[in-house]
Ligand binder design. Structure first.
Ligand code: MG
Length: 456
């Protein structure tokens, strides 16, 4: 990724190269132009060293267009999102590149409810930015800048308010937390201490000097796995740099896979309340099995947090999330929230009185296979048509074409979709065993090769 990425998820680039102070200021002007003079926003940032300068540049652009800006300091993405509602502002900005390495940074724009912009709003913002025509105001009409340091504390309070803290506290869980020197360092230990945990905190300085690649996936979490084992901890948690995603390590020091964060949270919530769950088309069907057990259903939406949240509200779901370790609890704030996931998994362990690995065993296991290959422009529609045709003899299969194509069978699924950000397609499958998942991916890959005439 050497060029500046401007997508529905926001702006992302290499600091000082593609993402400069001028780009940040222009995006501040563009967002301010879109909102209009007199409106108000909050702005927060993760712990990257480039954060303060970029935040200042965006703020200057917003003030120039007559928008008032409240700075939240270094905060997690869910805490920043929560503040849009607490302060009843018209939008928000977070300076973060989420799980990308240190040389990157990014800008994420929020709706008044705290969720990222919808696809339509993001396209509008992009076109204002591209036009360079910003509605700057006279000096005496500039926005007003203020500061609010309560985001993290309020977020922790709201998460605790939906938990049974007494039950969790009585267990005195020993927990290892890896915050990767990101925004999660600030308040996650406070949450765990309020839940009565003994906390061993790895990579605990919010200075943005990531001790490992901040994406919370297995290859980056060996230190956490070792620390759980060495300390005899009950569980290990890993956050990404803006603390919206969470990965989990069991009491044996085994990384359980990021798909389990939503699955365990869903299992816990469904043990308390009945209701549907929203998730995207690439998320494991473990959630479907859990929902079916509770006689509830799963609402499948196109990829992208804003789409999942829109589906959650449209269908009155009680929980939502994404397979990459993102749990969305509408009772707190409608964005992915590692704090909620931590609290729910701990309460689930406390109430059932069994270990994390035993809880994992209670959930039907699948093998998920994700592949990517080049996708010539315009080819995806033909690949989707050919794939649909190839599987059409399977009458019981359910087809969802709201984001590429996903075909669900009794206990497996396969999907193909074009990436929103790169000239590639993703072919994925999930089945009870690896051989079946591989066979499904191979079948669709062959169709794609035939259609495009491209070989690996
Ligand atoms: Mg993130």
């Amino acid at each position: 990724m050497d060029r500046l990425m401007v997508t529905v998820s926001g702006v992302r680039g290499v600091v000082g190269s593609t993402l400069t102070s001028q780009v940040a200021r222009d995006f501040g002007c563009a967002f301010g132009t879109m909102l209009g003079a007199g409106k108000s926003v909050v702005i927060g940032r993760d712990s990257r060293p480039s954060g303060p300068d970029l935040q200042q540049a965006i703020t200057a652009g917003l003030l120039d267009t007559g928008v008032n800006v409240t700075s939240l300091g270094v905060v997690s993405t869910p805490a920043a999102a929560l503040m849009t509602g607490k302060l009843a502002v018209d939008g928000g900005v977070i300076v973060t590149a989420s799980h990308n390495p240190r040389q990157y940074n990014g800008i994420k724009f929020l709706q008044p409810i705290g969720t990222g912009l919808t696809g339509r709003e993001a396209m509008k913002l992009k076109s204002i930015w591209e036009s360079g025509e910003f509605a700057q105001v006279r000096d005496d009409a500039r926005g007003i800048e203020s500061r609010d340091d309560t985001a993290e504390q309020r977020h922790v309070e709201d998460v605790l308010a939906i938990c049974d803290t007494e039950t969790v506290t009585s267990k005195r869980f020993k927990v290892v937390l890896d915050s990767v020197n990101g925004a999660g360092c600030v308040a996650t230990p406070a949450l765990l201490e309020k839940l009565g945990c003994q906390v061993i905190h790895l990579n605990a300085e919010p200075d943005g000097n990531f001790a490992h690649d901040p994406e919370p996936i297995e290859e980056n979490l060996t230190e956490l796995c070792d620390a759980v084992r060495d300390n005899g901890a009950a569980i290990g948690f890993a956050q990404d740099a803006d603390a919206d995603r969470l990965a989990i390590v069991d009491e044996n020091g085994r990384f359980i896979g990021e798909e389990y964060t939503l699955a365990l949270s869903a299992a816990f919530v469904l043990s308390k309340r009945k209701g549907d769950i929203a998730t995207n088309l690439s998320t494991s069907r473990m959630v479907d099995d859990l929902a079916a057990r509770a006689e509830c259903k799963v609402v499948r939406t196109p990829t992208g947090e804003a789409n999942v949240v829109a589906g959650m509200f449209a269908e009155n779901c009680i929980l939502a999330g994404e397979g990459g370790g993102g749990v969305i609890e509408p009772l707190v704030v409608p964005v992915r929230d590692s704090f909620v996931a931590i609290a729910y998994v701990l309460q689930y362990m406390a109430e059932t009185g069994i270990t994390l690995s035993e809880l994992v065993e209670q959930i039907p296991a699948y093998v998920m296979l994700k592949t990517r290959r080049p996708c010539p422009e315009g080819a995806i529609e033909r690949i989707i048509d050919a794939t649909r045709e190839a599987f059409s003899y399977q009458l019981e299969a359910r087809v969802n074409d709201s984001d590429g194509l996903r075909i669900d069978f009794d206990d497996a699924w396969v999907s193909v979709r074009a990436s929103n950000t790169e000239p590639i397609m993703r072919i994925m499958a999930e089945a009870p065993d690896a051989g079946d998942a591989e066979a499904l991916v191979a079948e669709v890959t062959e169709i794609a090769e035939t259609v495009t005439g491209l070989e690996e």
